[in-house]
Structure formats: C-alpha cells, structure tokens
Design a protein around this ligand. Sequence first.
Ligand code: CP
Length: 337
Amino acid sequence: MAFQGQHILSIDQLDRDAVEHIIQIADNMTPYATREKCCNVLDGAILANLFFEPSTRTRISFGTAFNLLGGHVRETVGMTTSSLSKGESLYDTARVTANYADVIAMRHPEVGSVADFARGSNVPVINGGDGANEHPTQALLDLYTIHNELEALGKKKDTIKIAMIGDLKNGRTVHSLTRLLCLFPNIQFTFISPQALAMPDKILDTCHDAGLNYSISEDFHYGLKNQDVIYLTRVQEERFTTQEEANLYRGKYCLNQSLYQQHCDKNTIIMHPLPRDSRPEANELSDDMNDNPNLAIFRQTHYGVKVRMALFALVLGVEDKLSHYEKPMNWYSPRHS
Ligand code: CP
C-alpha cells in the first residue's frame, strides 16, 4: 500500500504488508518517543486535531506524535464549540479545515462520520474513532503492544490466544482489533459479553472468512483461562439510550489481582484501551492490578505515540527522512517508556 496522501479510515484498508510496514516505522520512532533525540522532519507542517467527542489519550497522543516530529497542532474540542452546532455539514467543515492543515485527525460520535468528512478533504484524514464503528489507530497500537509484550515474554508473535471481554457490541476498539488480528494466522478468539452486548455478526463474519476460530460465552471465569492476552473493555454507557440500561451491565465483569491469580495463566497479558471505568459500580479492571508486571495498559498508551508518529510520517511521505532531521535533546527529561 502506498500511504502518502491516503486517508486512514478503517482497518479494512490495510493488508498484512501494510501493517508490518507501519510497525517497522513505529519501531524507528523509538529514540524520538523516548526523548533520546529530537526530530523536526515535519517542521512547518500543521495537524488539525478535531475531536467532537470526549478523549484524553487519542487526542493528546495525536498532538504529541505530531509535535515530536516537529509539527504544529491546531485543535477544536467538542461539538458545541464548533460550527457543526450551527448546522455546518461535515463536508464543508472538511473543505475549510483542509485549507488550514496538512493532515487532519478526527473523532466524532456518529458511525461513518469520519469517512463522510474525508470526502471533503484533499489532505489525509485519520480516524480517531467514529461512534461504535472503528478506532483503527487504537487497533494498530494494540497489535504493536501485543507483539512487544509477547516478544518480551519469549513467546511467538503469530500464535495468539486472546479473550475480549465486556461491551463488544459498542466497543469500537474491539471491532478494529478483531479485524486487524484477522490478517494474521493462528489467532484464537474468545468473546465474553452479556448476550445483549455481543460482538456484531459482521465482525464474526470477518473471523469466519479468515478461517479463524472463535468461541462465545457469557462466562467471565471461562474467558480468563488459558489466554495469552485478555483485552477488557468498558461498558460504553454513552452509546446506550438510557443510563438505566447501561447500569444493567456495568460491574458484571471485574478483574482484580485475586481473580487473576486464581484463573489466569502465568504471564497472561492484561490490556484495556482505556479509559477504564474506576467507579465502584463498574470497575472492570481493578487498581489493585497496577503493580502486576503483566498489566500492559500504560505501555499501550506509550506505544500509541509511536504508532501515530509512524502514520503521520507515512501519510506525509517523510518516513525515510527521519535521521536527516535529528537533533540532540537540550533539556532534562526522564526516559519515557
Ligand atoms: N483509547 C481511547 O480511545 O482513549 P480516549 O477516549 O481517552 O481517547
């Protein structure tokens, strides 16, 4: 796949070679992401970071990734503070914003909205999450995390048993990650959710078409056993019609250190796209696991910066120029990892 000038809207655009290339470029970003060196290859370039739905990690890491390559960031945050609230269309917003920026990252609550927006943009648009549909950059950073964690444990990267647990109906990260993992052989999925929040059929069809095995259950303890990776998700209460309906499912699955020790294999990797819902009535991933060395959730967020740096470098065509624009660091910084 030729990345330069392309929108990144869905995992469906990527084949295995494209994914391997993104991972390789993300590896090349390590000295800049860990603040060993600076790189200003995107000096003068502008990212428009448009977030019409709440975010901490995705918005800040897109901005950080762009800044770490020497670029500038302009942002709009929230629907009510943008002219979408005055009835402006996504198309018009895109036509205008594309004039102000060299690349656009966008999150919006409606399924398909980022692709609609991209039709009006002649600069690359990267999907930062469109409703319950997709979150492709999260899936790429999740895959990058899985590979790095398995490698650190001395395990094979291409034979993975993974349980996805929680709100699989509304969780866009599990939709994109499942699609992405379907590009690889020897993945064994276990999908654990209440029946009403089950993985959508179209995602299961992707597994089936790829010839991959999956099992489906509501049994949390069954899902914890015999896995390389457990990927927990929050009940996406913002996607429910009422809070009462969301409350039916919050707190149904809660992983803590005691359950981990009872049910999980030694060194099972624990992942979560974050945010985790730490309120007592939800608490799907307890704080008492914070010192468990197999808890990868904060390493995921670090890898997200490298993967987003790689995507910016690729769509702007500078992935081979990084070392020419390196500079030493002039200030104190603890190593980021
Ligand atoms: N993982 C993720 O999308 O987090 P934010 O909602 O904080 O961006």
